[in-house]
Structure formats: C-alpha cells, structure tokens
Design a protein. Structure first.
Length: 263
C-alpha cells in the first residue's frame, strides 16, 4: 500500500504544562550479542499505551550514571519522564560495550541485533506496540531497526530532526538505510527553522518521498522555542524550550494511529 502523507504544522510555546505523574527510572544492562552488553535507562509508564526505544543523536554515547541521569542531555536522552507522562514506556540506550561511538555502525546487522534485544525487552515488559524514535543521527538507528529486523523490528518509527546530508563522517544520514523497504508507519518531526546544516527543513519533501512502502507517513512541522546555542546540538534542532510540547504531540500522534487500528 502506498504511503499516505498528512502534514501537521504545530505552533508551540514554552508555557505548555506537562502532566505531574513521575515514573521510576531504572538503569539496566542486557547481553545483546556474544560478549557484548548494552546499558540503558528504563522508565515504565503507568498503564502504558506504547513503548519506545529512544535513539540519541551525535555519537550515540550518552554516558549513563547510576541514578539514571545522562552525561549528554538532549531532546531524547533526557526524555524519560516526558514520554512516560504521556503513556509511553521508554528505553534509552548507550553505546554497546564493544564500541565508543556509533560512527559507521548505525546501519549494520550488529547494531540491529543490539536493538532487537532492546525491543524484545520492552515487549516482555508490556504487551503494547513498540516504536523506534530517533533524533538527528539517531534517526538512522530507528529506520535501520525497521529495515534490518522486519517483523521483529519496531511497530512504527518516529524520526526527529533527521540528518539528510553527510559532509563529514560524524554525520549519519537517515537515507543510508533503504527507506523504500520500511513498511511500518512513519512520523517525521522537524523544526521549520532548524539551523543545523546537515538537517535542513527543505529536505523533508525528498525524505517523505523515499518512504514508498510505509503504511502511512506524516510530517509534523514545528515552530516556536529557542534558537539559543550551537544549531546542531541545541536550539531549534533539539526543540529547546518546547521539549514537553513536542513530546506530547508525538505521543498523541502514536495514540491516534493505534486507536485507528483498533477501530
């Protein structure tokens, strides 16, 4: 079935007030390949409607501390409570024990094997759909989890601030995965004024067109927030100041999609 596109333009402000419930955050570690482990933050929502693996951008090395906080704070690495407040349990993984970074690794069978173990962990915790959500470089991890793992992969993917240009090795373009093979629903979330040179908003039409087999594809175009800081590490690229509102919009979209399946 061909992909269906609906573009949503969302104006967000920092005045959004999130729900007040807080889920317990745990630090766990599982074996994903022979001799290889992945450490991750796990937070379970009360009565979850979905679960998700949150893939960090950059090098993928977030540095997880024993209390569940991370050395790298970004839209997804710091998103455990924001997602659980919206009914989505999450796993936030660090790099596997045999690597320092995810450079030249995100679209490999080994990375997919690591991610299959994380997805299976979530399915064991709750009998709800599991999504792969990536930001910036992490969009490639999310997309590759679908193309490599097929039916054992995520039930849907959400790609935020996706990298579409690769002038340097540290850039991991989502287009490195065979996006035409993605058959699950796809949500793209991108700030209209993202100032990072490798994640331009004007690349969205081409990215949308690449998902030729997706069950559905939609784009949420975001405005608002703060442009403060490095344009590739904070500001609009990381939805600075509107993180809670963007998280809620992603969660609401997932809920609407899943509700439509149940009808």
């Amino acid at each position: 079935m061909g992909a269906m596109l609906r573009v949503l333009l969302v104006f967000l402000s920092a005045s959004f007030v999130p729900l007040t419930s807080q889920a317990q955050v745990e630090v766990k570690e599982i074996t994903t390949r022979p001799g290889v482990t992945v450490r991750f933050v796990y937070a379970k929502a009360d009565n979850p409607v979905a679960s998700a693996v949150l893939f960090q951008g950059g090098s993928g090395n977030i540095g997880i501390f024993p209390n569940g906080s991370t050395r790298v704070q970004s839209f997804l690495s710091g998103g455990a409570h924001r997602f659980t407040q919206n009914g989505i349990s999450v796993v936030i993984p660090d790099v596997p024990s045999d690597r320092r970074t995810l450079d030249n690794f995100r679209d490999t069978p080994e990375h997919a094997q690591d991610n299959a173990a994380l997805i299976e962990f979530l399915r064991q915790q709750s009998k709800v759909p599991v999504w792969a959500i990536g930001t910036s470089n992490g969009s490639l991890s999310a997309a590759a989890a679908s193309t490599h793992l097929k039916e054992k992969g995520p039930d849907g993917i959400v790609l935020t601030s996706s990298v579409t240009k690769a002038p340097v090795a540290a850039a991991h373009p989502v287009t490195a995965a065979p996006l035409n093979e993605v058959k699950v629903p796809v949500l793209l979330v991108h700030h209209k004024y993202d100032g990072c040179s490798i994640t331009p908003y004007d690349a969205m039409p081409g990215l949308i067109a690449a998902f030729k087999s997706a069950k559905t594809i939609e784009l949420i175009s975001v405005e608002g927030g703060s442009s403060t800081g490095n344009p590739c590490y904070t500001g609009y690229h990381q939805f600075l100041g509107i993180e809670a509102a963007v998280t809620k919009d992603i969660a609401d979209w997932i809920k609407r999609y899943q509700s439509g399946l149940a009808q």
